[in-house]
Write a protein that binds this ligand. Structure first.
Ligand code: NAP
Length: 292
């Protein structure tokens, strides 16, 4: 299948690799061109704009950073995806973005005779590399059915949660949970250290009990190695938490734990760590041990 892919950062790059390994023809575009160099060296074709990507492809995936990046890639005059004749094409946004933008893209796609899905993912950089992502999809069943063979190459779990925007809502539910597991893991480690415990032993023990969770098993070992490379950027987690809080507010819902996690991550970003991985939250207690 001719597949277009826009956004070849931490996640997109790894997903493109998997789709190429599955034998598909890939057309790639990224704001910083050099991030596609090795993909092109391995057989992908570079295109100069999202419009040209769409012209060349049957299905287009986007995996950019923020909602404003999604807006730009889809709607930019002359060079955006919708500047192409999208009739009969499928457009899939994998970015974690807003439910309302997913609904808007879906409506524009339908108006132009195309189809769209919002399909944000969970599972981190390793999930993208290993094809073990969890994919949360919104859109029409018939469109979803046409894309499942590609989701299968990216993830172990993919579920349609309802109409356009419901994938993004499900991802917000995921991020609300992660806010708790990241703050919980961090406080668990700083407490254990002060109590004079072996952090490795504590994590091994907790992993077998009721406190076991993905954040601890994936990011705990990185913290013990003082490895704060992303992974999942602090700046992107803040973006997600603020989308979740906005959506909660629209439903007159108070989420105090998510608010507190947002304040803590904002503080971390203010200290200059917005391009670290989310495991860097522990620097609010430990400082930057890599500099000591
Ligand atoms: P990333 O490394 O920053 O990748 C985003 C890529 O999109 C970058 O290469 C960026 O280009 C490109 N981009 C941004 N705006 C663009 C535009 N207008 N036109 C073309 N390319 C553009 O981030 P990531 O970690 O892959 O995350 C991507 C998305 O997935 C985010 O929404 C994030 O919240 C979500 N997510 C991430 C993870 C994770 O663990 N990393 C997990 C689940 C979901 P530049 O190279 O120029 O910056």
């Amino acid at each position: 299948m001719k597949i277009g892919f826009i956004g070849t950062g931490v996640m997109g790059h790894a997903i493109v690799r998997r789709l190429m390994d599955a034998g598909h023809e890939l057309f790639v575009y990224n704001r910083t061109k050099s991030k596609t160099d090795d993909l092109v060296a391995n057989g992908a074709t570079w295109k100069d704009t999202p419009k040209e990507i769409t012209d060349a492809s049957e299905i287009v995936f986007t995996m950019v950073g923020y909602p404003q990046d999604v807006e730009q890639v889809y709607y930019e005059d002359a060079t955006g995806i919708f500047a192409s004749d999208v009739k009969d094409k499928i457009l899939v946004d994998l970015t974690t973005s807003t439910p309302s933008l997913a609904e808007k893209i879906d409506q524009t796609a339908k108006d132009k005779g195309a189809a769209s899905l919002d399909a944000p993912v969970s599972g981190g950089d390793l999930g993208a590399k290993n094809g073990t992502l969890t994919i949360m999809v919104g859109g029409d069943q018939a469109v979803y059915d046409k894309v499942t063979s590609l989701f299968e190459k990216m993830g172990e779990s993919y579920v349609l949660h309802g109409t356009a925007g419901k994938g993004q809502h499900t991802k917000m539910a995921n991020q609300i949970m992660i806010a708790g597991t990241m703050t919980g893991m961090t406080e668990m480690l700083v407490y254990s250290q002060k109590a004079g415990l072996s952090l490795q032993k504590v994590m091994d023990t907790l992993a077998g009990g009721a406190a076991a969770n993905w954040s601890m098993s994936n990011y705990g070992p990185r913290i013990l190695k003082d490895d704060y490379t992303p992974g999942f950027f602090v700046k992107h987690f803040i973006k997600d938490l603020k989308i979740a809080l906005d959506e909660a507010e629209k439903n007159s819902l108070d989420l105090p734990s998510t608010q507190l996690a947002t304040q803590l991550y904002d503080k971390l970003a203010d200290q200059g760590y917005e391009n670290d991985g989310t495991q860097a939250l522990i620097k609010l207690w430990w400082g930057d041990r890599t500099k000591s």
